[in-house]
Design a protein around this ligand. Structure first.
Ligand code: ARG
Length: 454
């Protein structure tokens, strides 16, 4: 550090001088003031900034860099299967079975278990199957892979390394599908593209960092009754509200503009301009809010019998999909759930008969009940028609309730969620032998398609 000395000098008179007491402090004062001249001050500030900068750098290196995500699309051909029409339909059995077979094959757990790579880079991952397309040699398959590991080395080096491991692994494994090895390519994609790909699928739950939210997170927390939901756990859940009366009903997002709900929700008011829809795990504050532009009730909705209790509401502006707003999948018309299948109902409805609306979204695990049982004399005595689905427990205790109407009853098929029911009616809430009655969505699959094109 260089300091201009002249500025520190004090001009003294020549010859012997006597200092009066009062002169000393003044000189001291001047010296101190001159010590902090602009240049020193600037250098000092610079040094502090550099030190803080280095500290921030070190912290970010360990906190952020260590957890960097890398996204890839792997593409390869499978030569021993023929393309089937149904591969184009995500809900078909062919699609589901094949995709799981392929997911297992390229599963990073499998791959990295066998190599020392995991020790050096220790990866977290998600791997999911994306698309089948016909190919002259068989079927062309695209898989999206996501890895998280410390960013050691260049992106290209890491890509080549993963490609080699994937290639070696597919070569050495005893595979049920024959893979044309030279066709294997691995392409890096950025996080924006990854998000778009994730968002192109329905019924997916994600954390804010693109990681999948496993189905087990919901089941493990449920013992009995209803639990509040975590952020992003039920991203298709919407709250339908009247501008001057607040929450009225639940609804499910089935595209970026359409909500599916119950027709009885609009008994009091059918004017779209009076309604708004909110998303997120709390009603206030909502994560996202939209106006409703259109309401379509089922033409044959009967309030006396609750038949065809289904309606659509269209948002005036579409929603952006994210980890907190996502659409649910609609099941194929042909899908049948066996009795006692585990399903989830969610809503902002009351937790006791005639209680108030809840600000926090809640969930409950219930089980499907066959229509035969539900129509028994001691249950609903023949009131259940083909467009209805019963779910709950014969002993009662867990159920949807007032304010949950219109909301989703969902079924998890390998971490992809399907809307199987719409909260419709029930005698009181959670009474023994009076389970919840839901609109059976499969029955209205064609009606939904005819109105929305979905
Ligand atoms: N109809 C009620 C509502 O408007 C919901 C009924 C659900 N009842 C039941 N016990 N599952 O919110």
């Amino acid at each position: 550090m260089r300091v201009d000395e002249s500025s520190l000098m004090v001009q003294l008179p020549s010859g012997p001088v006597e200092f009066s007491e009062a002169d000393y402090p003044q000189v001291e004062y001047q010296r101190r003031q001159q010590f902090w001249d602009p240049i020193r001050l600037a250098l000092f500030t610079l040094a502090i900034v550099v030190i803080i900068g280095i500290a921030i750098g070190i912290v970010t290196h360990f906190v952020v860099e260590d957890d960097k995500s890398f996204y890839y699309i792997a593409s390869f051909q499978v030569t021993n299967i023929k393309y089937k029409e149904n591969y184009g339909m995500r809900t078909s059995r062919e699609f589901t079975q094949r995709s799981h077979q392929i997911e297992r094959m390229v599963s990073p757990i499998e791959i990295f278990k066998r190599t020392s790579f995991i020790l050096s880079v220790f990866c977290l991952f998600v791997c999911f199957f994306l698309l089948f397309s016909p190919d002259e040699n068989g079927v062309n398959i695209l898989v999206v892979l996501m890895f998280r590991y410390p960013s050691t080395g260049s992106a290209e080096r890491i890509r080549t390394k993963i490609e080699n491991i994937l290639y070696q692994s597919l070569k050495t494994k005893q595979l049920p599908l024959t893979i044309d090895k030279p066709s294997l390519t691995l392409t890096s994609i950025d996080s924006k593209k990854m998000r778009n790909l994730l968002n192109s699928r329905c019924g997916i739950r994600m954390t804010s960092s693109n990681m999948p939210l496993p189905a087990s997170t919901s089941t493990e927390r449920i013992v009995q009754g209803r639990e509040t939901a975590m952020e992003g756990e039920w991203p298709w859940q919407a709250s339908l509200q009247l501008r001057d009366a607040g929450h009225q009903c639940g609804a499910s997002l089935i595209s970026n503009t359409w909500l599916l709900t119950a027709a009885h929700c609009f008994r009091k008011n059918k004017d779209p301009s009076q309604w708004i829809a909110t998303f997120g795990t709390t009603i206030a504050p909502p994560a996202v809010q939209r106006n409703v532009g259109k309401i379509i009730l089922h033409e044959n909705y009967r309030r006396e019998t609750n038949e065809n209790d289904i309606a659509l509401a269209q948002l005036t502006t579409r929603v952006e999909f994210s980890n907190v707003v996502q659409r649910v999948c609609l099941p194929d018309a042909s899908i049948k759930l066996t009795p006692k299948t585990s399903v989830f109902v969610t809503g902002f409805g009351s937790i006791v008969d005639d209680g108030p609306t809840q600000n926090k979204l809640r969930q409950a695990r219930v089980e499907t009940i066959s229509t035969d049982v539900c129509n028994r004399k001691d249950v609903y005595d023949g009131l259940i028609t083909s467009g209805m689905l019963c779910a709950g427990f014969m002993e009662g205790k867990v159920d949807a309730c007032k304010g949950d109407s219109g909301g989703p009853l969902v079924y998890d098929n390998h971490d992809i969620w399907y809307l199987v029911g719409i909260v419709s009616w029930g005698q009181s809430c959670a009474l023994p032998k009076k389970p919840g009655v839901y609109t059976r969505v499969t029955q209205y699959r064609d009606w939904i398609a005819s109105k929305t094109g979905i």
